[in-house]
Design a protein around this ligand. Structure first.
Ligand code: FAD
Length: 118
């Protein structure tokens, strides 16, 4: 296996980026201010202009253009992001994730009810 202190490859970077994005969406306010909405929109639009995997970035840019981000609140944003991630999953032959807010919160915010992540 590759030592942990190596520079991130496309997989490690992707996993870290999805973790950041899904977690940020899970904690985004249910009723964001105008400024919070504008900042989230800027973050999502800026990502493909800076992301250091060129083919991932141009692909994601197209997806964001085809499906404008729902920055209206945390449940809409979490679902929007889940759907975009599923599009990448499909392209890579990975499993789809069920984009219900309960499932997303369990994975990214609350952990399972059996307490195994507490
Ligand atoms: P990841 O896909 O990284 O997912 C991490 C965890 O998120 C999973 O273990 C699961 O628990 C959870 N999860 C899975 N699907 C969802 C979902 N829909 N909603 C919420 N949670 C979910 N790689 C390429 O090879 N080519 C590309 O073009 C490419 N484009 C990318 C574009 C972006 C914007 C990003 C952030 C990453 C991209 N990647 C791309 C990387 C790729 O998506 C994966 O991150 C990488 O292959 C590692 O996959 P993984 O199996 O560890 O799980």
């Amino acid at each position: 296996a590759r030592p942990e202190n190596c520079p991130p490859d496309v997989e490690i970077l992707g996993r870290a980026t999805w973790t950041f994005l899904h977690t940020t969406a899970a904690y985004y306010p249910e009723r964001p201010t105008v400024t919070q909405r504008a900042n989230m929109l800027s973050l999502l639009r800026a990502l493909p202009t800076l992301y250091p995997c060129a083919h991932c970035a141009s692909d994601f840019d197209e997806r964001v253009r085809a499906h404008p981000p729902d920055v209206s609140g945390r449940s809409g944003l979490s679902k929007w992001l889940c759907e975009r991630h599923n599009e990448v999953n499909e392209k890579l032959g990975k499993e789809r994730f069920e984009c219900a807010v309960g499932k997303l919160d369990e994975r990214w915010k609350d952990g399972p009810s059996d307490g195994s992540c507490d």
